[in-house]
Design a protein around this ligand. Structure first.
Ligand SMILES: C[S@@+](CC[C@H](N)C(=O)[O-])C[C@H]1O[C@@H](n2cnc3c(N)ncnc32)[C@H](O)[C@@H]1O
Length: 223
């Protein structure tokens, strides 16, 4: 199980082996996602941004549980999480996914086109903050996974588009454990994640939990 450095491990648990055990006892990664994972690592800069097998299956399971018809994702990257969300959606479900980096378009589109879920994905290129107001939909689920510096701005931008009882999931909210260190003001990403965490913790419009999975995932339910 991926853990934050510095946590006690008195039993000497082999977390790498436990990670492998988890992957061997959950739904397998579909072949298209295996290929996307491999190709992203071979051809694309900063491949570690991709969600991966465990987080992808968890996203799909969240979609099964929440049963949204409209989902918005901020931060497509190479499309791994969008494909997992789409897999969990009903036939008439749609996931809108936004990314600012148009250099990823050809690569990402080629994978969307190979997926049986391709008709459920609307891929939008542009800055999320400029694109969100132009989407004429409200959402049952929003997945925030773009620029950590702007998490709070994304939250404000999407809030009115979340249906009552709907969910916002924000990824990487423990940010490698940096949120519990003395934050260097010039570390804009950690500052951005902290601003978001502090704001949502006192926002009475939402119920809030953090799942300490991977890099931390905050789940918010709009009351
Ligand atoms: C962590 S990656 C997303 C990973 C993807 N959700 C997955 O799980 O495979 C973050 C992405 O956010 C995009 N991004 C950064 N700032 C953005 C913005 N202002 N608007 C839209 N996308 C942005 C980056 O180009 C990058 O591809």
């Amino acid at each position: 199980m991926s853990r934050l450095e510095g946590y006690d491990n008195p039993q000497g648990v082999d977390y790498e082996e436990l990670d492998n055990y988890v992957l061997a006892h959950i739904d397998p990664e579909p072949d298209l996602l295996k290929k996307l994972n491999r190709d992203t690592y071979v051809k694309i800069m900063r491949p570690r941004m991709l969600s991966g097998h465990l987080q992808g299956r968890i996203l799909k399971m969240f979609v099964r549980m929440i049963r949204p018809r409209r989902v918005l994702e901020l931060g497509t990257f190479t499309g791994y999480s969008a494909l997992c969300i789409a897999e969990g959606l009903p036939e008439d479900g749609i996931v809108y996914t936004i990314d600012i980096n148009d250099e990823l378009e050809e690569f990402t589109t080629s994978f969307f086109e190979q997926s049986p879920c391709r008709d459920k994905i609307k891929y939008l290129l542009g800055n999320a903050l400029a694109t969100i107001p132009a989407i004429n939909e409200t959402f049952d689920l929003i997945f925030i996974d773009a620029d950590k510096r702007e998490y709070l701005e994304y939250y404000h931008a999407v809030f009115d588009k979340v249906n009552q009882g709907g969910f916002i999931i924000a990824d990487n909210t423990l940010w490698d454990g940096k949120v519990i260190e003395n934050v260097n003001p010039s570390d804009e990403q950690t500052v951005g994640v902290e601003r978001f965490n502090n704001f949502v913790a006192q926002d009475e419009r939402v119920e809030t939990v953090i799942i300490p999975l991977r890099d931390g995932m905050t789940i918010l339910r709009k009351k």
